[in-house]
Design a protein around this ligand. Structure first.
Ligand code: 5AD
Ligand code: SF4
Ligand code: FES
Length: 362
């Protein structure tokens, strides 16, 4: 039955549910198909984005996240400008091609200006060579535009789940945590001209196969350019930890995540898909497994070592005892082990984005 589904041009929701339940030889067939599509449409290449975790100060209170505002058990930090620029220089010197700036969500003119200024400086220090992705949460149209004009050209904002009711169970019931607002922000990001990325968490409490199938259809219908998605990993200092006993075993959340990556690759052939850090938190070679199946983007951490253990969204976050040099050596070896090729000095933009624009201009 899996073989028949895989021959279809377009999957139904039920097809995706069935694929998510694939096991043994069926699973091999699914992964093989995904890998074939990956190599055909985006090649056997991996592009790098040096990850800079700018600050763990966040104005929000998502029930699953370790850096939520009300978690008093972490020390808050903010990198200073020099630290950020030095990290960007490291990426540039080591030919990473791009950086990602990720941070807890803050909406203020001070924050906007600071990021705007950092973007301009990163562009300057790299002679416009470094590509920049932002992952700085929900903002106004004006802020998205200012950051775009300052040099960022890709933006990631995870929808977390495409199901409004499930979203409501994972977030406080107030105007700061609205699913509609999040969707509106994604639309604004796309409208501003960014290569637009989203993603979901996999294996959440209350989440069903149907929800996950809808997540895939959501990404297809929204016509995203990039995706970062990975397993939900519980964090003891969060309200969602109370639902721990209802969770799938962690290994199953990992396996389900790989299936999601494979299905998304088959459905959205030419997008960029990240091998996310959460995969590696469960399985030491989790990111390599993702690359072997579907992913083509790796985000080595280049946050100064001092701060790394403070950006703990979930338990067992990897690379917190390492520094940027360790991660550099590590990814090189690991990607080769996964049979892929790291492309240095290139932005590695989403092919889907280019194809989407060409299509619109016809
Ligand atoms: N497990 C896995 N991913 C998480 N995120 C936040 N908390 C967790 C967790 N406990 C993800 C969210 C967010 C991204 C920055 O990290 O999807 O968008
Ligand atoms: Fe803040 Fe993002 Fe964590 Fe929510 S998931 S609390 S917005 S850092
Ligand atoms: Fe950081 Fe492997 S990538 S230690």
């Amino acid at each position: 039955m899996i073989k028949e589904i895989l021959q279809k041009e377009k999957f139904t929701k039920q097809d995706i549910v069935n694929l998510l339940k694939a096991e043994r030889e069926d699973l091999e067939t699914l992964y093989q198909k995904s890998y074939d599509i990956k190599t055909k449409y985006v090649g056997n290449n991996v592009y790098l984005r040096g990850l800079i975790e700018l600050s763990n100060i966040c104005g929000k209170n998502c029930f699953y996240c370790g850096i939520r505002k009300d978690n008093k058990n972490i020390e808050r930090y903010k990198l200073n400008d020099d630290e950020v620029l030095n990290a960007a220089k490291f990426a540039y010197k080591n030919c990473y091609g791009s950086v990602v700036i990720q941070t807890g969500e803050l909406q203020s003119e001070v924050n906007t200006k600071r990021i705007e200024n950092l973007l301009k400086q990163i562009k300057k220090l790299s002679n416009n060579k470094l590509g920049i992705t932002l992952s700085c949460g929900e903002q106004s149209e004006d802020v998205y535009r200012r950051w775009y004009e300052a040099g960022a050209h890709r933006y990631l904002l995870r929808i977390e789940t495409s199901n409004k009711d499930l979203y409501a169970k994972l977030h406080p019931d107030d105007k700061y945590h609205s699913w509609e607002k999040r969707l509106d922000c994604l639309r604004l990001i796309k409208k501003t001209g960014y290569q637009t990325g989203t993603g979901v968490m996999i294996g959440l409490p209350f989440q069903t196969f149907e929800h996950l199938a809808d997540d895939i259809l959501f990404m297809r219908d929204f016509d995203i350019d990039m995706c970062g998605m990975g397993p939900y990993i519980e964090h003891v200092d969060t309200p969602l930890y109370n639902h721990n006993i209802e969770l799938l075993p962690i290994q199953e959340r990992f396996n389900l995540s790989l299936k999601m990556l494979a299905i998304l690759r088959i459905v959205m052939k030419d997008i960029n898909i990240a091998a996310t850090t959460a995969l590696q938190a469960i399985d030491k070679t989790g990111r390599e497994k993702a690359i072997k199946i579907a992913a083509n983007i790796l985000m080595p951490n280049i946050t100064p070592g001092l701060y790394r253990d403070k950006y703990q969204l979930y338990a067992n976050k990897p690379c917190t005892d390492e520094n940027e040099e360790d991660c550099k050596k590590c990814i090189d070896i690991r990607t080769k082990m996964a049979g892929s090729n790291i492309v240095y000095n290139e932005w590695g933009d989403s092919k889907h984005f280019k194809n989407r624009l060409n299509f619109q201009n016809k």
